[in-house]
Design a protein around this ligand. Structure first.
Ligand code: CA
Length: 223
């Protein structure tokens, strides 16, 4: 579990970092909103602890930007003011929880654990077809135990196939689910991406999993 602490007060940041590390978490610290936002956008953290009052970019704007960029990492906001307006503003911006300073470390820890547990419960299950597995939470794919590296788009395409094993997917269905829109010109792009996937998933392996259904689309199945 890797956590990000965005906090400009050095004492508070090191107190949180030290305490969480003693509990076995890996902890990164960002000293301002700009750096915090850049680190959180890497999507490698399981949780972000975000101070509201930060230099460069304040916490609420960092949070709004993260949610705008579809980063779903849970965020625990730290605030000194405990007005209802502040809490509503934070929660509206996409915070999962908030904590008012000063706080006892045990309370922070309890909230961190609760947020991480909630996230674990919400994690989708691992998908499997024959010896091909896809882990949506880890964003990893392997076949026969061998890890396969995919681009973001290839991953999204394979995930769509694996959620619909044995079902013929038309190019229109694929473009709407994987690209979020539909263009006639997309058909060629889809064929190109399916070929990329084939090279990574099926080339040199048996059984072949991605099959062309002539004039219709594609189907993922083991046979
Ligand atoms: Ca601060």
């Amino acid at each position: 579990m890797r956590l990000l602490v965005v906090e400009d007060e050095k004492k508070v940041a090191s107190f949180i970092k030290k305490g969480l590390e003693e509990e076995g978490y890996a902890v990164d610290v960002a000293p301002d909103g700009e750096e915090g936002l850049a680190m959180a956008l890497d999507r490698v953290h399981d949780l972000v602890i975000l101070d509201i009052h930060l230099p460069r970019i304040d916490g609420v704007h960092v949070l709004q930007e993260l949610r705008k960029q579809k980063v779903a990492t849970p965020v625990l906001l730290l605030t000194v003011r405990a007005t209802i307006e502040d809490k509503v503003l934070g929660l509206d911006a996409g915070a999962d929880d908030y904590l008012t300073k000063p706080f006892a470390f045990q309370e922070l820890l309890a909230r961190v654990r609760a947020l991480l547990r909630r996230r674990a419960e919400a994690e989708p299950p691992i998908l499997q077809v024959a010896d091909l597995t896809l882990d949506p939470a880890q964003r990893s794919v392997s076949r026969g135990g061998e890890r396969i590296d995919l681009t973001t788009r290839e991953f999204a395409l394979l995930a769509y196939f694996m959620r619909n094993p044995g079902r013929v997917l038309t190019r229109t269905m694929i473009s709407e689910h994987v690209w979020d829109y539909h263009f006639d010109t997309m058909t060629n792009v889809i064929d190109v991406y399916v070929n990329y996937l084939r090279k990574k998933i099926d080339a040199g392996r048996e059984p072949k999993l991605i099959h062309t259904v002539r004039g219709v689309g594609y189907v993922l199945k083991a046979e």
